[in-house]
Design a protein around this ligand. Sequence first.
Ligand code: ZN
Length: 318
Amino acid sequence: MQLDLMELLLEGKGGAQFQEYMERYLDAKYGSRFERTTENGRKGDGGKDGYIYDSKHYFAISSRSDFKRKITFDFFNCVTKNHDVRKFTYVTNRALPTAYAEVVNRLRGIYPTISVEVLTHYTIAREIFDFPKKQIEKILNRDVDISRDNSIYFAENEDESESFTFREAIKDSIHWYTLLIIICVVVGVLFYFLHFNEQVWGIAMMGLFVFLVLYLILFGKGIKKTKFPHKILYLICSGKLPVGGEIIFNEAIHRSIHRNSMWNFTFYKRSVSCVKRGCTGKVYLYDHEEETYIGKCERDPVNHTYTVDRNFYGNLNC
Ligand SMILES: [Zn+2]
C-alpha cells in the first residue's frame, strides 16, 4: 500500500465507519490517554467523540460534507457542555485544511484561549503511514502490504558483523604492520646504497618480490584480518567516534564501525535493496556531508542515490 492509497481509503469512509477508523487512529497515537466517548454509549454527547483528560483536548470526528456548519455546531456544543476546554480538534475526511481556515479563524476569534485545529485525512494518512506495520493493520482492520516507496533503512548484515576490543585489533593487525615495516626498511636500505649497480638492484627487487609472495602465502589470512587500529585511534582522538556512535570506516568494502564502549567496537556492513522501480541492486553508504551520508546503488550509482541520515534512514533522491 502506498500513501495516496491510504488517503483514498480514508477519504472513502463515511459515517460510523470513518468514526471507527479515526478512533483506532487516535488510540494508536495517544495510547490510553485518549478516551473514547462512544464506548460509554454516549455517542455525540457533549459535542465530542473523544478526549484527552489531562490536556483538556477534545476531538470531534465527522465525515459530513457541510463541514462549516458541523464544525461550528460541534465546537459550541463542546465548549458549552465541557469544562475548561483547551484544545478542540475537528477530524474529517472532507476537503483540504485551507477550506477550514475561515471558520477556524472565526471560532478562535470568539474563544481566543482555545486552540482550534482541523485534522484532515491527508495529514492522518501520512501519520498512519509512519506507524509500525502492526499498528497500521490494527487501524485499518486488515492486513496490508506497506511499501513506503521512497524511504529505506540500511540494516546491518548480521553475518558480516564483527565485535572486538582494541587489544584484539592490535593483535589482528600484527602481520599487516610487520609487512609494512619490512617493506619500508628494505626500500630505505636500497635507497641508502644508491651507488649499487643495476645488477644488485635487480637482485634486491627480485628478492623483495619473492619475499612478498612468500609472506602473502604464509600470512595472507592474517593480513586480511587487520583492523587498522591506528585509524581507530585517530577517529577516537579526533572525536569522530564517540561511545555509542557509528561511522563509515572503509567505503570500498562498505564497512562501518560502531563504538560499543570505551575500547570495544563492532564492524558492520550495512546495505539495503534499491527501491527505484524495476531495480534489484543493493545500495551502500558513502561519506557525504557533515550530517548526512549518501547511498548509492551498485547498479546505477549516478541516478539511484539516497540522502541518508546518521541513523541510517534514507530517502530516494528523485
Ligand atoms: Zn538501483
